[in-house]
Design a protein around this ligand. Structure first.
Ligand code: MG
Length: 313
């Protein structure tokens, strides 16, 4: 049986307890704050900030929260999360705007950012509609849930088409900066739509340190009040899960549209099957066509060009 130990700030222990709220044990060992048994792992968090993970999934589970330090190695000081941006412990029950993005790792298709507002009175309905971590949902379920969500909750959707993405990228803008701009813009739009209704918190699924995020937005109107960041935020508030489902739904619809335009099915991801599809698209429409369908700076572009050249000869 494998095990691993990490040390985290106490605020992170609250967050962990919330994340594992579905698998907490009835009693806790002496000196422990909580014990939880998610699949393949027993987690015990102590008042000292030490957290013990045991079982076959111990390494994977502990990696979500920190780096296990081997006994002999010198401790490397890991920068703790900036407490100003750590979500409050009771955020799960609050009225929250959640924000998430999709399509950043896919060669084909747009980058899509969605933020959605879930009032606390709507939390039970969200559960009833099947809102949960979109990684646990198949595409047909995502489509069904999203179609209900967009009729039920206020949201803002931004689709950064490939042409636009490529020009921004060529001007030297990083993907991180594009994400920051889109999240901030989507949240701004949504707050305007909500017409005076103030969320108790804004929760962004963290893709960069908060300092980096706000730095990207320098010189703009930045939404900063009661704004929090967390990785795996889909598990922290249903508004992020809802945003993620709508974003994925929109991405799927955009991919269908692009596939129809291209006259072939454009695959998701960035693996070898994507190189093959891109090569086929080059042979069909010429290399310049990639601009409207793909994120050109990905390594897939060169691979596809080589494949297409090989097929031509
Ligand atoms: Mg995300």
């Amino acid at each position: 049986m494998s095990h691993s130990v990490i040390k985290v700030p106490l605020s992170a222990i609250d967050q962990m307890k919330m994340t594992y709220s579905g698998s907490l044990t009835a009693s806790v060992p002496q000196g422990a704050v909580f014990q939880a048994k998610p699949p393949g792992c027993t987690i015990t968090a102590y008042k000292s900030g030490k957290v013990l993970f045991q079982g076959k999934n111990a390494a994977a589970e502990s990696a979500r929260w920190g780096t296990a330090e081997p006994q002999e190695k010198k401790k490397t000081a890991k920068k703790p999360a900036d407490p100003r941006y750590v979500p409050p412990a009771n955020i799960a029950g609050m009225s929250v705007i959640g924000s998430d993005e999709v399509g950043t790792g896919d060669y084909f298709g747009p980058m899509t950012v969605v933020c959605a507002y879930v009032d606390k009175t709507m939390l039970p309905l969200m559960k009833e509609l099947g809102v949960k971590d979109s990684k646990d949902l198949k595409d047909p379920q995502i489509i069904e849930i999203a179609r209900n969500l967009i009729k039920t909750i206020p949201y803002s959707l931004l689709v950064l088409k490939n042409d636009k993405y490529n020009s921004m990228q060529e001007k030297g803008m990083s993907q991180g900066k594009m994400k920051a701009l889109l999240h901030n813009q989507a949240i701004t739009h949504l707050l305007r739509k909500m017409d005076g209704v103030k969320p108790e918190a804004i929760l962004i699924d963290q893709f960069a340190e908060p300092g980096v995020y706000f730095n990207h937005l320098k010189g703009r109107d930045i939404v900063k009040e009661r704004t929090y960041f967390s990785t795996k935020a889909e598990g922290i508030h249903l508004s992020v899960a809802a945003a993620s489902i709508i974003a994925r739904y929109s991405f799927l619809m955009e991919m269908d549209k692009l596939s129809r335009e291209a006259g072939m099915t454009l695959p998701k991801g960035a693996g070898p099957h994507v190189d093959e599809a891109a090569a086929k698209l080059i042979l069909k429409k010429g290399a310049s066509a990639l601009r409207a369908y793909t994120k050109l700076h990905f390594a897939n572009t060169q691979k596809a060009q080589r494949l297409a050249a090989k097929k031509r000869s």
